[in-house]
Design a protein around this ligand. Structure first.
Ligand code: ASP
Length: 321
């Protein structure tokens, strides 16, 4: 388990680009990006998000950081989303803040930026989670930009996985085996997320993903489920990445925030949250980032890596993997 903790002066923003088997991602001949490309992207997301955090607060800060990652096509969210069994991107995203804002979308196909749609659900509807066609309808009615065709590396990966599946080399269709397959192929990881604390003490959390490769159409992971993939109250905000079904079972983001609210140190809360997920799903299942109202940040994962970083008045730190 890797745990990084630091206390800084707000405003502060933390982002991650997904916990997973990053070595295997870079070994994929079709994946055109390097470790340093990912590091540069994390830095860009931190810088853009921080500008917005200072100007317009924690909620717009986390949205802006996540949008940079969704737009990159390099990670499993937005443009670069993993494809389901039918070769379609069905994206999930969620947002929550200590001021009561909460919204999420699941299995959406239309918007370029699912996180912006989650914000619209929170601001403009009476609901918390919208999925599928209904959520896409809301995106169109608000004039959100449409997602374009997936990048080449995503299409190639899908074709390769499907051809392996056809040759009987995998058993992906058996959903209960998906974790094993995901770990074997390095398919977990590169979901994105951000948490922030602004100078008004608002805490915000945002998450966005394409889910897990070759998932069943219609599947929702942890990312659009409040308490699982994202959570915030007036003490802390957290967002998780990794094997969605395990994160839902362990309610990872809420577990972490509750532990901090009960007085546990952020470091202990992060460790306990990871251990709880491991008890349910085994090793290498989760990464999580969090910030407290005291300005403490935590980046923790039990996977091979989690590109991530944080930014505050005193500087910027990028963890390439
Ligand atoms: N948690 C995401 C999901 O299961 C995947 C990831 O974090 O990479 O949908």
């Amino acid at each position: 388990m890797h745990v990084i903790v630091e206390r800084v002066k707000p405003p502060v923003l933390v982002v991650h680009g997904g916990a997973g088997s990053w070595k295997r991602v870079f070994d994929d001949p079709d994946y055109p990006y390097t470790l340093s490309d990912i590091g540069k992207l994390i830095r860009l997301s931190l810088e853009e998000g921080y500008r917005e955090l200072k100007a317009n607060g924690a909620v717009r800060g986390v949205i802006s950081a996540v949008k940079v990652l969704e737009d990159s096509g390099m990670l499993n969210a937005g443009l670069g989303s993993a494809l389901n069994l039918l070769g379609e991107a069905e994206m999930d995203a969620g947002i929550m803040a200590s001021n009561g804002l909460i919204g999420a979308v699941g299995a959406v196909k239309y918007p370029r930026n699912p996180i912006e749609l989650a914000y619209i659900v929170a601001k403009e509807t009476d609901h918390i989670v919208l999925v599928g066609n209904g959520a896409d309808m809301l995106a169109k009615s608000h004039g959100l930009p449409e997602r374009t065709h997936p990048p080449d590396h995503v299409v190639k990966r899908y074709n390769r996985l499907m051809s392996e599946l056809r040759q009987g080399k995998t058993t992906t269709l058996r959903w209960k085996r998906i974790r094993e397959l995901a770990l074997r192929y390095g398919l977990l990881g590169d979901t994105v997320g951000a948490v922030a604390l602004d100078t008004n003490n608002t805490l915000a959390s945002a998450s966005s993903t394409g889910g897990i490769w070759l998932k069943h159409p219609g599947r929702l992971g942890d990312t659009p489920i409040p308490g699982a993939g994202f959570y915030a109250n007036n003490k802390a905000a957290a967002t998780a990445t990794g094997f969605g079904e395990v994160i839902v079972k362990s309610m990872a983001s809420k577990t972490l925030v509750d532990l901090v609210s009960q007085g546990l140190s952020l470091e202990e809360a992060c460790k306990k949250t990871i251990i709880k997920a491991e008890e349910i799903g085994g090793k290498r299942v989760i990464g999580i980032i969090a910030v407290t109202v005291e300005g403490e940040v935590c980046l923790a994962y039990d996977t091979e890596g989690m590109p991530s970083g944080y930014i505050h008045g005193g500087g910027i730190r990028v963890i390439e993997i």
